[in-house]
Ligand binder design. Structure first.
Ligand code: NI
Length: 132
């Protein structure tokens, strides 16, 4: 699976955006509001590396408690899957724990994504490449 992006959790969207801009990152597409997860998302890239800025827009955001625990930090790598169902099952067989149901990601053209946790490396995300 190819790397799609590195998810970067931030508390203050505008400030974090400005810092990454200053580091040379440029926006890829518009800011997206993911209303099912209550997060704001902006993809940015530099030198072929794509980051996904994720920040909560409400107290019941999907990432609120994690942000409290970790502070601003990279928190997942997302991989592109050519065979979503197969890869998901294969990872689960290897001991990854699926923590979300596959669900469309508005910021990635509605492609299905799923999050899994590996006990040794933590959170990863898989995006279904088929609809990309
Ligand atoms: Ni992501």
């Amino acid at each position: 699976m190819k790397i799609h992006h590195v998810g970067y959790l931030v508390k203050h969207f505008d400030e974090a955006y400005a810092v990454f801009s200053d580091l040379g990152f440029r926006p890829d597409g518009p800011v997206t509001l993911d209303e099912s997860r209550n997060i704001r998302i902006q993809f940015m890239s530099k030198d072929g590396v794509v980051i996904e800025l994720v920040s909560p827009v409400s107290k019941d955001s999907a990432v609120g408690s994690l942000l409290k625990k970790t502070g601003a930090s990279p928190y997942h790598i997302c991989y592109e899957s050519e065979d979503f169902q197969q890869d998901m099952e294969s990872l689960e067989q290897k001991g990854y724990l699926r923590i979300t149901e596959p669900a469309p990601a508005p910021a990635i053209e509605g492609n299905n994504v799923v999050f899994l946790v590996n006990p040794e490396i933590g959170l990863i995300e898989i995006v279904d490449k088929q609809k990309a």
